[in-house]
Design a protein around this ligand. Structure first.
Ligand code: PLP
Length: 387
């Protein structure tokens, strides 16, 4: 199998699994228990916290573990708006980019129903947030600005730091969803200038069901789930094995960044794009001229006649050849709507539906590439034979 869907989820690193196993067996104790096994579980969570913090240059106390990045986005947005509503009730506006993950955009839709005012920052044809538009939208009535660090469908890096600056100048809080960027490009809380930063373990070769919200020291976020854990910021008995796996995954990612993994992955991605274009000369790589994550290729396939191909059929044929890719985001696969990210970039519905996302991860290499390219060549040649 060639697994080229790492923006949907990544395989669990062997080191993370090994570190998790003892906490699924003998080390099952509750970290809140005062006995020895409980204290050892607590220590393990503490170590994981330090490792996740280190990946993004944060302090351990700034890490709030959650059960997913979806939950972390909710805690960031709902938790901070709750506090703003108490302290500065005149601030009723939230400003988010048009290409945020559904866990943010669907929440924003609900906030509108609750009486909040929301504004979407548009993106240009290259998939980059329009900073001029952001400047116009962020004002003294703004409570919170949320812009992702890298988009999950195109991999395009966003001007999050510039948006953080605009938010700061307007007296608003700034949240960045760094789920896709963390561990793939160097990243720090201070560098982004974020008050709140969302991370997910399963996008960096950690387990599913573990996320984190980094809450910068001094920023006040109301809990969504009450309880004494996570310094009263997120109640619920900690998922110790998953958090331990998250910590190891974060540490491995930090090491890989210093050992040049991004450049290696980018080289495979660039080869894939070049060879896809050799097969489909009219194919277009979305965001090709923007700064992008090293692992992501969003390709719109146009036939030799210039017409958009049927992306769903391409996906299914690749699947039959054991090549795993996505149409846009994994979460939108199966939905009937064309990708909101691609349409925000100006693609027509048929073009969005002719788009596949190839996303590479650690260990991707010659074998995966060869299988994917063989399968694509067979599909293209079959198409020609049928014509
Ligand atoms: N934010 C972004 C940008 C994502 O790509 C994803 C997952 O696809 C999420 C948030 C949600 O992450 P989780 O699966 O941990 O809830």
């Amino acid at each position: 199998m060639a697994y080229l869907d790492c923006n949907a989820t990544t395989p669990l690193a062997a080191e993370a699994l090994q570190a998790m196993l003892p906490f699924l067996t003998d080390g099952f104790a509750n970290p809140s228990s005062a006995h020895g096994p409980g204290m050892r579980a607590k220590e393990a969570v503490g170590e994981a916290r330090a490792r996740v913090a280190a990946l993004v240059g944060a302090k351990a106390q700034e890490v709030v573990f959650t059960a997913s990045a979806t939950e972390a986005n909710h805690l960031a947005i709902l938790g901070s708006l709750r506090r703003v509503a108490e302290k500065s009730p005149e601030r009723r506006r939230i400003v988010v980019s048009a290409i945020e993950h559904p866990s943010t955009l669907l929440l924003v839709e609900d906030l509108i129903r609750q009486g909040w005012e929301a504004a979407l920052i548009p993106v240009g044809r290259d998939g980059v947030v329009d900073i001029g538009a952001a400047e116009e939208l962020i004002d003294g009535r703004t409570a919170l600005v949320s812009v992702m660090v890298a988009n999950n469908e195109t991999g395009v890096l966003q001007p999050a730091a510039a948006c953080a600056d605009l938010a700061k100048r307007a007296g608003a809080l700034f949240h960045a969803d760094a789920v896709q960027a963390a561990g793939r490009v160097p990243l720090s809380l201070a560098g982004v200038g974020a008050d709140l930063l969302t991370l997910s373990a399963h996008k960096m070769h950690g387990p599913k069901g573990a996320g984190a919200l980094i809450v910068r020291k001094g920023v006040d976020v109301a809990p969504l789930i009450f309880g004494h854990q996570e310094r009263k910021r997120r109640g619920g008995t900690e998922n110790v094995p998953a958090l331990v796996g998250f910590g190891v995954a974060a540490q491995l990612a930090a090491q890989a960044l210093t050992l040049g993994e991004p450049a290696e992955i980018a080289a495979w991605r660039d080869r894939l794009e070049a060879e896809v274009k050799a097969l489909w000369p009219k194919a277009r790589v979305n965001g090709a001229n923007a700064a992008r994550l090293p692992n992501t290729a969003s390709v719109t396939f146009y036939g030799d006649d210039g017409r958009p191909e049927n992306g769903e059929e391409l996906l299914m044929r690749l699947d039959r050849a054991q090549v795993c890719v996505s149409m846009g985001a994994a979460c939108s696969t199966g939905g009937n709507e064309p990708s909101h990210v691609l349409t925000a970039m100006g693609l027509k519905a048929a073009e969005a539906e002719a788009t596949l996302r190839f996303s590479l991860g650690r260990g991707a290499g010659q074998a995966d590439l060869a299988r994917a390219l063989d399968a694509l060549a067979a599909i293209k040649n079959r198409g020609k034979a049928a014509a």
